[in-house]
Design a protein around this ligand. Sequence first.
Ligand code: MRU
Length: 359
Amino acid sequence: MTGRLDQNTSLRTLHWQGGVDGQLVLIDQTLLPTEFREISCQTVETVWEAIKALRVRGAPAIGVAAAYGVCVGLQTVLGADEAALHRRLNDVVTYLATSRPTAVNLFWALDRMRRKAEALRGKHSPAELARLLLAEAATIEEEDRQTCRELGRHGASLLADGSGVLTHCNAGGLATADYGTALAVIFAACEAGRKVHVYADETRPLLQGARLTAWELKERGIPVTLLCDSMAAQVMREGRVQAVIVGADRIAANGDTANKIGTYGVAILAAHHHIPFYVAAPISTFDFKLPSGAGIPIEHRDSREVTHGFGRQTAPDGIDVYNPAFDVTPAPLIAGFITERGVIRPPFAETLVRLRPES
Ligand code: MRU
């Protein structure tokens, strides 16, 4: 399964098929890299399960899935009155918000759908309201595509010809509607004619780096070397890495950044080796309500992901396990945020304020 994507091909991580009575179609990422299969979600429960089980994952993609999930949820009340539609919308939004806690894009997208419905209240038939909400979800998807392209263009100049770039987890096209965040920077640098070699951490325990990042880069013909997470320090010491670029699930107002577990350790290693550590993320991943990373809710996942990864028992029966899915990298370890509005440098207390939606 190689050569599916050239540099301009859209990945279509997820999309809507049909009209208001249509369905959400998404690549089942739990099957990659050995099987490329799309699944369709026709109930809000299947959307919830797809997010929870990481069939669709990565902060921006979760947001888009949730927005379409609202549209799927409304299908049970398309023939009802407007009050019933608003009641159902509130229930669906509350339900989808319980799928995963850390990526703020989930809550951002649900809030946007709720606000859109409020703005339309009393002005349209239920069928028309459902149609306008579907259009809003499609706009969220399209904006994500544009945002990733802009973000990639802004970040590309950070990578000199011949750079080695280390990344953790998957912040590629699979984690967004298309093109990615951290990987968008690499794609854009390659499109600009620069040679970049990527070192992809495998990313224990669910191997998003090995299964997804390595797959995406290989599909696009970008040189990539897969590393066990524990090898990053050695590879840095050998002088192979000139920049680290990762994605984010939630960024607090002071720049503290939650991302896949292991990111914090990579940031410390980068600081020790004087390698710039960048976070690539859309503005929808910033949570300006939180003053610091201490308030970011961290998802804890099933211990079997650690003891029985991919079907084989690798630890003794009954062993105690700690399995946080994310960690928080303190802002002082971050050289800059690559966003659709440009690269934001320290001092973040002053520079991040400019990204607030109201400013
Ligand atoms: O648990 P996951 O696979 O959803 O975690 C994903 C990450 O940590 C990504 O780095 C982050 O969401 C940014 S995606 C552009």
